[in-house]
Design a protein around this ligand. Structure first.
Ligand code: GLU
Length: 278
């Protein structure tokens, strides 16, 4: 009996030691894990996509699926990188949550209308650009606001989304305007409709989608910035980035990219689908 107690005691100590060792980091930290190898094993890439953004990533309440250009590109890339039977898993992100969710390891990559900027490049790595957008304005039809210059008056309220670089851009292009920041594009559109601002500002592609859904509104003023979209991965994940860049080239070469572009933008008035084709 005494011997038995010793064995139990020893086993207890051993498991305690294992818990302590695990907590001390005997397992590689998230930053050191190779995301591509994990994804190959699970045959899944977990993507951060928008669920509030017309045409790029929008939640379809009928079947609870996120649908849009970004979502379709993510699915096509997943199949190129991991094989036809692989799965693209979507996690909903906003402009504000996308980088923290990537850093925490909740997602493997961000494909969410995200511009490649030098500030962001300090925190994450980007693939080559896969879409060229530019910042524009959405206003009520008949509005006196015709371009970004018209916003540069004190007391003028402009609506934007937190975490979008569009907010910082407005501060540069129309420094006198006051920017009202909402947490996602659905709320931003509601704020525009209820007259909380005279214009909603973000990328033209997103705004065209909103204009198509809200007939009394139009995109004005052309584009006043260049917004090349990239896929973001964590720093230190070169193998995944390399595979995604290779897959991007493949979907451009085999026509998949243009098929997806046509599906979402082929009939969008104001958007030059032919010019954007690759
Ligand atoms: N492309 C811009 C950005 O990355 C605006 C669109 C967005 O909010 O995602 O901030």
């Amino acid at each position: 009996m005494k011997k038995f107690k010793h064995i139990i005691g020893a086993l207890g100590m051993l498991s305690l030691l294992m818990v302590v060792l695990t907590a001390c980091g005997t397992r590689p930290s998230l930053a050191k894990q190779d995301v591509l190898s994990n994804d190959k094993a699970s045959k899944t890439i977990t993507w951060g996509v928008k669920a509030d953004t017309q045409l790029f990533g929008l939640m379809d309440v009928k079947d609870n699926q996120i649908k849009g250009f970004d979502a379709d590109i993510a699915t096509a890339l997943t199949k190129k990188v991991l094989g036809k039977d692989a799965k693209a898993k979507f996690v909903q992100v906003t402009s504000q949550t996308r980088i923290p969710l990537l850093k925490n390891g909740n997602i493997d990559a961000i494909i969410a209308t995200m511009t490649i900027t030098p500030e962001r490049e300090k925190q994450v790595d980007f693939t080559d650009s896969y879409f060229d957008a530019g910042q524009a304005l959405l206003v009520k039809k008949g509005s006196s606001i015709k371009s970004v210059k018209d916003l540069n008056k004190s007391g003028t309220k402009v609506i934007g989304v937190t975490g979008a670089n569009s907010v910082a851009n407005i501060k540069k292009f129309a420094p006198k305007a006051q920017v009202l920041e909402l947490s996602d594009y659905a709320q931003a559109m509601t704020a525009l409709k209820s007259g909380q601002g005279v214009a909603l500002t973000t990328d033209n592609g997103i705004l065209y989608g909103m204009a198509a859904q809200n007939k009394g509104y139009e995109v004005v003023g052309g584009t006043f910035t260049k917004e090349p979209y990239g896929i973001a991965v964590n720093k230190g994940q070169e193998p995944l980035k390399k595979e995604l860049n290779k897959a991007l080239k493949e979907i451009e070469a085999d026509g998949t990219y243009n098929k997806i572009l046509k599906k979402w933008f082929g009939n969008v008035s104001g958007f030059n689908y032919k010019e954007a084709a690759r």
